[in-house]
Design a protein around this ligand. Structure first.
Ligand SMILES: [Zn+2]
Ligand SMILES: [Zn+2]
Length: 366
């Protein structure tokens, strides 16, 4: 193999299929043969130009695959061999900024593409223009330098389940940021893949009741397999807050995790949180329109703690453990599979939320 295919967003709204020379693998590097890459709403934000100007960019940050080639030092340092199944974290930490040194590498100072700086996120802000250009999962191969965080996957995990490792890691971080602990009543707003996975992660953290909130019945119905006890459809409900109280013996939730990425959901998240409880805002809105809260009534007088949860730092290890235990129907979330060259069609499907799509994936190597 001397060349490899990549899907490239060359400019906002423009998708190309390219064939490019396979990168040289240095002593400290490896190449991953991508087996699955999930299509994420974030990829649409990238395509639409909502996340800075990384163009040209190879999209795809939800990838898993196997080691295709590996440099000698990387082999020793990482304990990996050709053929090992791996997940690579989507943020390539600089390792030296204040935040990386504190372990908060998900907010690495060197990843600042929205302010016109360089980016360090695979598939989102690492531009293809930076050599060797194989920085996204919509490709046959992915380049992994020293400094990237690589996790070995049990080969018994089916690829379709493994494809969910990144969204599950995001979900695990949300639950950790929410401080979910034994006996907590947890509301998850947004029944997409991360929301469903967050329900399972909250259940694993010891939640008493897990309530899934959204607007689409067919998505809410999937919650049952992921540890959800009850659902609220905010579109058909006359009063979602009253409905929540009805489910929780008159109380509100100890922890609310919002992963819908719309202003109304974020406002609702705060209002569904009990006095002294915690709201986790994890959804990207994709616009610069402010979200309004009633500071006094909704937040101050009830001392609601609002935290953000960004990306997946610290989430991969618990996520991989959950995938290996296979107690939830992870692979069933993969609703659609496409070959690499049909990426544009797959993105359209995800944008339109058509055909019951939950998680669409590309299979760049068949
Ligand atoms: Zn994603
Ligand atoms: Zn850093």
């Amino acid at each position: 193999m001397t060349t490899a295919q990549q899907i490239v967003f060359t400019a906002p709204g423009t998708i190309e299929v390219q064939t490019n020379p396979v990168p040289v693998v240095g002593d400290d590097d490896l190449l991953v043969r991508v087996r699955r890459v999930g299509i994420c709403a974030t990829d649409l934000h990238v395509l639409d130009g909502h996340i800075g100007d990384p163009f040209p960019v190879v999209p795809g940050h939800e990838f898993v695959g196997e080691v295709a080639r590996i440099g000698e030092r990387a082999r020793t340092a990482r304990g990996l061999e050709v053929g090992d199944h791996v997940a690579v974290e989507m943020l390539l930490p600089c390792g030296t900024c204040d935040w990386c040194r504190r372990g908060e590498y998900n907010i690495c100072a060197e990843d600042d593409v929205v302010n016109g700086g360089p980016g360090r996120q695979y598939g989102i802000s690492l531009t293809q223009a930076q050599a060797p250009g194989f920085w996204g999962g919509y490709a046959e191969l992915l380049f992994v330098p020293r400094g990237a965080i690589v996790h070995c996957l049990d080969p018994a995990i089916p690829w379709d389940a493994a494809a969910l490792v990144e969204p599950l890691a995001v979900a695990c971080r949300c639950v950790a940021r929410g401080g979910v602990s034994l006996g907590d009543d947890v509301v998850i707003i947004g029944p997409g893949p991360v929301g469903l996975l967050a329900a399972a992660a909250a259940r694993e953290a010891g939640a008493r009741r897990v309530i899934l909130v959204g607007t689409r019945d067919e998505r809410l119905a999937r919650g049952a397999g992921f540890g959800v006890d009850a659902v609220i459809n905010t579109r058909s409900s006359d009063d979602p807050i009253a409905e929540l109280r009805g489910l929780l013996d008159g109380r509100l939730a100890d922890v609310v995790i919002e992963i819908a990425g719309v202003a109304e959901a974020q406002q609702q998240a705060v209002r569904m949180t009990r006095r002294g409880g915690r709201t986790v805002l994890a959804g990207a809105i994709g616009s610069r329109v402010p979200v309004a809260f009633l500071q006094d009534e909704d937040i101050l007088l009830r001392e609601v703690e609002i935290v953000a949860s960004f990306l997946s730092a610290g989430g991969f290890t618990p996520a991989i453990g959950l995938l290996a235990r296979a107690e939830y129907p992870f692979a069933e979330l993969v609703s659609h599979r496409f070959p690499l060259e049909r990426a544009a069609e797959a993105l359209d499907l995800v944008r339109g939320k058509r055909d019951g799509v939950m998680k669409a994936v590309l299979l760049p190597n068949g």
